[in-house]
Design a protein around this ligand. Sequence first.
Ligand SMILES: [Zn+2]
Length: 236
Amino acid sequence: MTRRRYLEDPYLDVCDAKVTAVDNGWLCLSDTIAYPGGGGQPADRLSLSAFGAERTVGDVKLDDEGNVWLLVGDDIPLGAFVTCRIDWAFRYTLMRHHALMHIVNTIAAQVYSGVQTGTQLGPERSRVDFRFPEFDRAWLPDFEAAVNDVIARDLPISSSLITEAEFRARPELIRTKNVMPPVEDGCVRVVEIHGFDAQACGGTHVHSTQEVGRAVVAGYDNKGAENKRIYWVLAD
Ligand SMILES: [Zn+2]
């Protein structure tokens, strides 16, 4: 199984690894810092260096056994040592957006009884969909202010593993309707914004809310009585 080092330290931007399997242009590595995508967060962009040559990785995927594969072509053999470097500006912006979405879905739940039904993070703009019992566009400035109040508290953000039994006893950890987080080796990963929220998540986040920066509502689509889409950008 690939050691997914982005789960241990999301701030790693370079990592050495050994090729443990090859398959039709895809390489499986012993270690990876590349996020394979999931939970609304896109896969990382990265380059891979081997034998003095640098290649752009075309795609990243996670298989059912917990191995991470990189699409790079056919010329790197099994057992080779390689170095991967992620596009840090892209990843770091997504880490800020990802932490923002935890704050947004928590405020939505606490203040507006909103249930998150989907999310898509982007480096420029993220969007999140909610089912609200009631919501008015005129409430958006207050929503935005409540999110920025949490950001300004500079709360620490960390991750930990809990057992599947504990997870089943804490249904509030599931934040997206109808999406069950993965159980791996009998454990579920929980991301906590200390003093504010905890939710199951396998993504990458910044280490404090203040790193998110100032959040701005950039758009609102009323997609039916029970589906409201809110777009967010980071102003600085
Ligand atoms: Zn997350």
